[in-house]
Design a protein around this ligand. Sequence first.
Ligand code: TEU
Length: 595
Amino acid sequence: VGKEPWWKEALFYQVYPASFKDSNGDGWGDIPGLVSEIDYLHQLGVDVVWLSPMFESPQKDMGYDISDYQKVYPRYGTLEDVDSLIDACHSRGMKLILDLVVNHTSVEHEWFKESRSSKSNPKRDWYIWKPARYDRSGNRIPPTNWRSYFAGPTWTWDEQTQEYYLHLYDTSQPDLNWENPECREAIYDNAMRFWLDRGVDGFRIDTVNKYSKRTDFPDAPITVPNSAHQPAPEMWCNGPRIHEFIHEMNTKVLQPYGAVSVGELSNTPLPSQVIPYVSAAAKELDMVFEFSMIRLGTGGPFDGKYLYRPFLLSELKRHVSTWQTFIESTDAWHTVFCENHDNGRAVSRFGDTSTPELWLASAKTIALWQVTLTGTLFLYQGQEIGMTNMPAAWGIEEYKDVESKGFYGEAVQSGDEKRIKATIAGLRILARDHARLPFPWDDSVPNAGFSERGSEEPWMRVHEGYRELNAKRQLADENSVLSYYKRVLRLRKEYSDLFVHGAFRLLLPEDEALFAYVKESGRDVRRKTLVIMNFSKEEQECCLDVAEVLSCKKEEVRLLVDSGTAVKGGDCVEPAGTSSKQSLGPWQGKVYVNF
Ligand code: TEU
């Protein structure tokens, strides 16, 4: 096998700038705050920082609504601060990638101001404008019945030029028209080359499969009765020209700069649809985030994403297995992640926060799960210290996100008490807000070190649990979640042929408590590892014969890590003549290797 690209082994860490560290006390995280904590990330083993949008923006969607790609939102800092961040990363051998949000801009972007000024403006066609339709009673209605990701229609009427404009997201986020080549070139130059010339190393590409819409704009089939707007991802996901556009972006920008790219690929549940984006031959993207695993339990972003439904461990395991095995059959690659700024916290969604002991054990086993999977590993800020969702006792006013408000507002408008209660219950598990609470650096009152005492109120409420759950305390505790992440991340690098690259074989597929799989080395087919995790709070008997699974003699089996034992110093690497029967305590995980 030729030399593997650097980004396969690299550890990526997503920073949500508003919630990471507020250095000037205005209640809003900022880039100097991130620079001041870069060694915390370096010591965790982070190779690449992915910084969520810090560009000029009215902040309707927390910066995913950009009004100037070449300016920094003042509360985050200045262009010089970004230069300092780039230097801070590069001087430590780390890299920085930015968030490329070019499916849409903010309504406040100059391009849109021109486009909406008149039908004859040269930039009119840089956005998607359509005349109104009229129903039988002569009422004006939108060009299609499509439903937005944030509830409501995907069209807003513009009085000045008497047409609708398209927005898949908020009304303040008009979609750019990728059919227009001038518009595409402006995106490549204004939003990409500008930053690559400043030394940025690549991009996380927002909504990467949505730039090519159906250009005949038909109505979506009725799947939600009595609803004016219908789910229609097939009208804009993986559209007719999407691979042409992404390939053009690759050949014109990504490849010439050697920029690393990771695409956000939602609504694309089949490997056969994903491969064209990431196969090496395609020359489109290096890798993608695929969301089917992380979407489990959500009603989907259309029929009220927040109508939560419990799911089985076997469902989770099937999704993981699908995506772990699809890359073996192709020259494709992909990512490993279980958190980001758009989803509830993993330990609250997949672990158990009902007691401190179960929180600690399940956060560690989620770490073990993630570091032993094949693909490029992404951590989201706070995942490494086991941050949890906001307390269930907090009121609806703490949910500030445009998506949460969209779905909750729609439920309230429906007047349907059952739906309102179901939406609140779903928000408590799935809302994007849970990932956006201020990062707890220490136990200082009142802002947990996110900002100094006497600072403005942080824009999101600090989780009261910060007295116990904070980075400073965990840095000093060798049995903390953070210390455990550091240890298992080291193992991931040390055994990268098994954990980063290995071939995945799911065991016990129907077991609803044990999550077990074998990874086989591509370097030496005899070399194998067995990962067994108890994803439940009850003790479980595991009947797997470890030596047999690892095709080796009993005395050759080595226990590499056991999340259930308190660490006495180094890694518990001792020979384990493991019997075929063993029990696993609540949320205990073990990893064995045969050499
Ligand atoms: O999200 C893309 C997307 O499809 C969202 O609908 C996402 O899947 C959903 O919100 C999950 O609940 C990206 C960004 O990650 C998100 O923060 C932005 O709001 C969105 O694009 C618009 O830029």
